[in-house]
Design a protein around this ligand. Structure first.
Ligand SMILES: [Zn+2]
Length: 250
């Protein structure tokens, strides 16, 4: 296993999703889920936002029309993985096969080939970058998260948690499904969207998907956000990701 902080240093800031400083990349993991994703689509439509949905191939196959609906609504579909397993516990060939299978599933269901990949838990094994490369996918993790997977999360706690680590040009991680979270936890993310919109509007930031975030392509992708100053310390995410057991279910 490659230590993730080392990977991040090599790939950041693109890996942590730092793009143009007047823009928030809004991303959702773990769907599509018939129990919750349609409500996110309705709220995003009401807010006039497009977002990026990092889908699981296994979820999409159970709700193929929903995956297509997300894409047809103008949102971006990306790869979270085929199944929600950390790469750390899988063989290199399984990691490579998983990325390819998820990509093929989502491409078939949505008619669009995904560009980005964010592996479950934000953990990359040594085979992770190679799996993404072979599948033609670019790795993107996140800048700020809402800790919306917790049973005790509320819309206000999600707004607060995102704000703790958010910086100009950040990529925000939320979840549109509770398939790996506390039952109903997605409601905290859904309920947080108007409040987040208010905070971001006050900053003068617009909201959109990763494809419109100004991330530079190519190995490393360095340089797209040079000059960005972090408000405090390094971005959260894989480097500070709690260990398994009571940790987040990203
Ligand atoms: Zn996840």
């Amino acid at each position: 296993m490659t230590a993730l902080p080392a990977v991040r240093r090599r790939l950041s800031p693109r890996l942590t999703g730092l793009g143009r400083t007047d823009h928030v990349a809004l991303t959702f993991d773990d769907g599509p889920d018939p129990a919750s994703t349609p409500q996110f689509l309705a709220e995003l439509d009401r807010l006039g936002w497009k977002a990026t949905f990092f889908m699981l191939g296994s979820m999409a196959r159970r709700a193929g029309s929903l995956a297509a609906e997300v894409a047809a609504a103008g949102h971006e579909v990306a790869v979270h993985g085929d199944v929600h397993l950390s790469q750390v516990w899988r063989s290199p060939s399984a990691v490579i096969d998983d990325a390819r299978r998820a990509r093929d599933t989502l491409a078939e269901l949505t008619g669009t080939t995904p560009r980005w990949m964010r592996p479950p838990y934000g953990t990359l094994s040594g085979a992770g970058p190679e799996a993404a490369r072979r599948a033609g996918l670019e790795l993107v993790l996140w800048t700020a998260w809402g800790r919306d997977w917790r049973a005790e999360a509320t819309p206000q706690s999600v707004v607060d948690d995102v704000g703790t680590d958010m910086v100009p040009g950040g990529t925000v991680l939320l979840h549109d499904s509770d398939c790996t979270s506390a039952p109903g936890a997605w409601r905290s993310a859904l309920g947080a969207l108007p409040g987040l919109g208010q905070v971001w509007a006050d900053q003068g930031w617009t909201v959109g998907p990763l494809w419109d975030h100004g991330l530079r392509p190519g190995p490393g992708g360095e340089g797209s956000s040079s000059g960005i100053r972090r408000r405090r310390g390094a971005a959260p995410g894989p480097g500070s990701h709690p260990a398994a057991g009571g940790g987040p279910t990203l």
